[in-house]
Structure formats: structure tokens, C-alpha cells
Design a protein around this ligand. Structure first.
Ligand code: FAD
Ligand code: UDP
Length: 383
């Protein structure tokens, strides 16, 4: 057989594809990376506006407790000290710290010690549990009941109800309870959203990470794998690494998978500092968006903020997914889980294809686990 020009054709220049390409190239393999977008980086790509890196596909904060992954990304580009500590603007007009912690409870009830906060939380929880018992309900049946029994009426009404109903487009009483179990509750004055040991944003932005990973590797953007003109390239590589949507790979023959998506309205403001924080959630039904991201705060701290005279903000709106919109989050329901499982079964039969990343696995992954997965797939493939 004729020698193939490449060892790997990698479809998708997101973090999975770029990390795979980087590691395989380092081990002497020949890689070609293609992406249908006009840029590399996938969803971590940033667009520079007014000297500010704007997270075009949603705010991205890197966090991990895995030292190996942290050292790896920092070997490509050093990361800054950004710590995610979002605020929430509530229906009562006040600002509260997130995640729910002693600062939030102080702002809500004026309580100053963990014991005082605990007493207040217990009082509100007892009320909710009693109401459920009176109605003969044993276990929380939906998100509303779960939230009321976890954290009580005040936090639920000010910080959860409006945000969640905007985000999911349904009343909390019709949403599954598990969604809210993710929210951490802390009895310390700690506004750090994540519990991980390491977090930050690449100095100079995420494009430095993507470009660093792909340095010296042949990349073609504006190149859709399913465009017949390019499909020919598959013949030039021994292996295919596919990070696009799994249902598209199989021409949707079992049906289409659903996604949850969001849209962004981005504005340039003629002031250096709009909201004083990278992330402010809007938990009232009054504003139609769920949060506003002010991008400069991911990379500029202290005096640097004032040095750049303008600022860029993005309002984030939840929208119903339609074909042609960005597929962001897999939908965790039975229909989609079963369908994804059937596609994964088909994928296992494709012996010269590695399916990896959030679209090809139909799984939500943060960035660090995606890098971890790419690392282990390279090792498996090169055994
Ligand atoms: P992607 O980045 O989506 O890359 C896949 C690439 O494949 C894309 O560039 C696409 O154009 C290309 N492609 C698809 N089909 C084809 C085709 N047919 N031909 C050619 N190219 C194709 N993680 C965190 O750790 N912290 C966060 O704060 C965080 N925030 C997030 C916010 C949002 C709104 C979302 C949606 C995700 C967030 N994530 C976050 C998760 C993070 O975005 C993912 O872990 C990461 O981007 C996944 O990388 P990937 O390579 O699997 O996918
Ligand atoms: N949530 C909330 N109020 C907030 C932030 C989050 O009620 O201010 C709830 C909401 O139900 C959301 C869930 O917590 O769906 C998870 O939120 P997070 O922002 O952690 O996850 P993401 O929206 O990024 O999936």
C-alpha cells in the first residue's frame, strides 16, 4: 500500500484536537488539523476588541486540581491569577456574593458567624420541610422543592428562582432536582467559585494556548470535513481523530441529538470599568439575560483596568436550540442519553477513528478534563 502522508487527520482545532496534535507531533507523528471555523481554538477562542480579549463563545476559566495538567498548560503559556468570584444582582436590587457563602448570608440576613447563619438556614429549611410533610411529600420532587429544603426561601427567591427559570425556560417546579445539587454552600467567607487547587486564564489570552499547542503543525481553517472537496484528505492519513458532532459523523441516521445553547450580545462601553467584576449574574426575571461578562477583568487587575479607556461586555441570553446555532451543552434527558449511547456504540465499530471531545462524545467536559482525555488517547493510540 502507498505510504500515507499523515499519521493523523484531526478534525477540529479545539482543545481536544489541538492537544492531541501537539502530543502526537512531539512523539514524531505527522498531523494535519482541519477546522470548519475561520480560527483555531474551538470554543476557547477570543476575539480582540479595543485591546481586550473577548471570550467569543462564552466565559472560560481554567481550573483543575491535577498538577500534571496545570503544569502542561503552563508549559505552553503561563496562566495568571484570575479567581472566579461571581456576583449576583437580585430582585431586591442588592448585589450578593456567590457561591452561597458567609458573605452571601451576611448580605441577606446580617448574620456574622457560621452559627448564626446555620440557625437561619435551619429555620428556613424546617419551614420548607414542614410544608412538604403537610402535603404528604417525602422527597423533593423538583428543583423548587430541592432548593427550598437545601437553602430556604430567601436564597431561593432572591438568587435561584429567576435565574434558573430564565436559563431553562421552565418553572422551577417543573425542573429536575439534580440541577441545583451542583451549587456549593460554604460556611466560610470564601467567594472563590471553584474548589480546585489551580485556576486562571492564560496570560495574553486563550489564543496563545491554542496557537502554542498547534505551533509548527499544519492547520487548515474554513475547512469542513463533510465538504466533499476536503473529504478526500481522509485518504492521506492512517488515523482519523474526530472531534465534531457524533450524530453528524453518522449522517444523523439514528436521529439528531439536541443541545442547549446561549447567545451573546456584545457592546463596547466608553468607560474603563462597567461592573467591577468579570461575571455578574442577573437573578431577577426583569432583565432578560442571565449574566453580563466584562471581559477585561479576566486579564487586567488593579491599575491596569483604568489604563485601557474602554471596556467590552457581553450579555448572555438563554435560547432554544435550533439547527445552525452553536451546540453548547448536551441535554441530559432520556431521549438524548439513549440516542448518544447508540451513536457511541456505532463509533466503537470505527476502528481507525478516535472520537474525542465534547461534540464527539456528547458529554459536557470542562477544559482540564478535555486535556486529560487527549493526553490519555494519545498514549493509547501510540502504544
Ligand atoms: P470545541 O472547543 O467545541 O472544538 C471542536 C472543534 O471542532 C470546533 O472548533 C469546531 O468548529 C470543529 N468542528 C466540528 N465539526 C467539524 C467539521 N465537520 N469539520 C471541521 N471542524 C469541525 N470549561 C472550563 O473548564 N471552564 C469554563 O469556564 C468553561 N466555560 C464554558 C462556557 C460555555 C458557554 C461552554 C459551552 C463551555 C465551557 N467550558 C468551560 C467547556 C469548554 O468549552 C470545553 O471543555 C472545550 O472547549 C472542549 O473542547 P473540544 O475540543 O472538545 O470542543
Ligand atoms: N444558579 C442559580 N443562580 C445563580 C447561578 C446558578 O440559581 O446565580 C443555578 C441554576 O439553576 C444553574 C445551576 O445553578 O442552572 C448551575 O449554574 P452554573 O452557573 O454553575 O452552571 P452553568 O450555567 O455554567 O451550567
Amino acid at each position: 500500500m502507498r505510504e500515507k502522508k499523515y499519521d493523523y487527520l484531526i478534525v477540529g482545532a479545539g482543545l481536544f484536537g489541538a492537544t492531541f496534535a501537539h502530543l502526537a507531533t512531539k512523539r514524531g507523528k505527522r498531523c494535519l488539523v482541519i477546522d470548519k471555523r475561520s480560527h483555531v481554538g474551538g470554543n476557547v477562542y477570543c476575539e480582540e476588541i479595543e485591546g481586550i480579549n473577548v471570550h467569543k463563545y462564552g466565559a472560560h476559566i481554567f481550573h483543575t486540581s491535577d498538577r500534571r495538567i496545570w503544569d502542561f498548560v503552563n508549559s505552553i503559556v503561563p496562566f495568571n491569577r484570575y479567581t472566579n468570584s461571581p456576583l449576583a444582582k437580585a430582585p431586591d436590587g442588592k448585589l450578593y456574593n456567590l457561591p452561597f457563602n458567609m458573605n452571601t448570608f451576611y448580605q441577606m440576613w446580617g448574620v456574622k458567624t457560621p452559627a448564626e447563619a446555620q440557625a437561619k438556614l435551619d429555620e428556613q429549611r424546617r419551614e420548607a420541610i414542614k410544608r412538604m410533610e403537610d402535603d404528604g411529600i417525602k422527597e423533593p420532587r423538583n428543583l423548587e422543592e430541592q432548593a427550598l429544603t437545601l437553602i430556604g426561601r430567601d436564597v431561593y427567591e432572591q438568587l435561584i428562582k429567576g435565574y434558573t427559570e430564565k436559563q431553562w425556560g421552565r418553572p422551577c417546579s417543573e425542573l429536575p432536582a439534580f440541577i441545583i445539587r451542583r451549587l456549593p454552600v460554604r460556611m466560610t467567607f470564601d467567594n472563590n467559585y471553584f474548589n480546585d487547587c489551580y485556576q486562571g486564564v492564560p496570560i495574553g489570552g486563550y489564543n496563545k494556548l491554542a496557537e502554542g499547542l498547534l505551533k509548527g503543525i499544519e492547520c487548515k481553517t474554513d475547512t469542513d470535513f463533510f465538504n466533499s472537496e476536503y473529504k478526500e484528505w481522509r485518504k492521506y492519513a492512517k488515523w482519523l481523530v474526530y472531534t465534531g458532532a457524533i450524530d453528524e459523523y453518522f449522517s444523523y441516521k439514528l436521529g439528531r441529538l439536541d443541545w442547549r445553547t446561549v447567545s451573546f450580545q456584545t457592546y463596547i462601553k466608553d468607560i474603563p470599568n462597567y461592573q467591577g467584576n468579570a461575571v455578574v449574574n442577573y437573578t431577577s426575571r426583569e432583565e432578560p439575560y442571565t449574566r453580563i461578562i466584562e471581559h477585561k477583568h479576566f486579564e487586567m487587575f488593579g491599575q491596569d483596568i483604568e489604563r485601557v479607556p474602554k471596556t467590552v461586555i457581553s450579555e448572555e441570553y438563554p435560547v432554544e436550540y435550533k439547527e445552525g446555532l452553536e451546540p453548547y451543552y448536551p441535554v441530559n434527558d432520556l431521549r438524548n442519553e439513549n440516542l448518544a449511547e447508540q451513536y457511541r456504540f456505532l463509533a466503537e465499530q470505527e476502528h481507525d477513528v478516535i472520537f474525542g471531545g465534547r461534540l464527539a462524545e456528547y458529554k459536557y467536559y470542562d477544559m482540564a478534563p478535555i486535556i486529560g482525555k487527549a493526553l490519555s488517547e494519545v498514549c493509547k493510540s501510540l502504544q
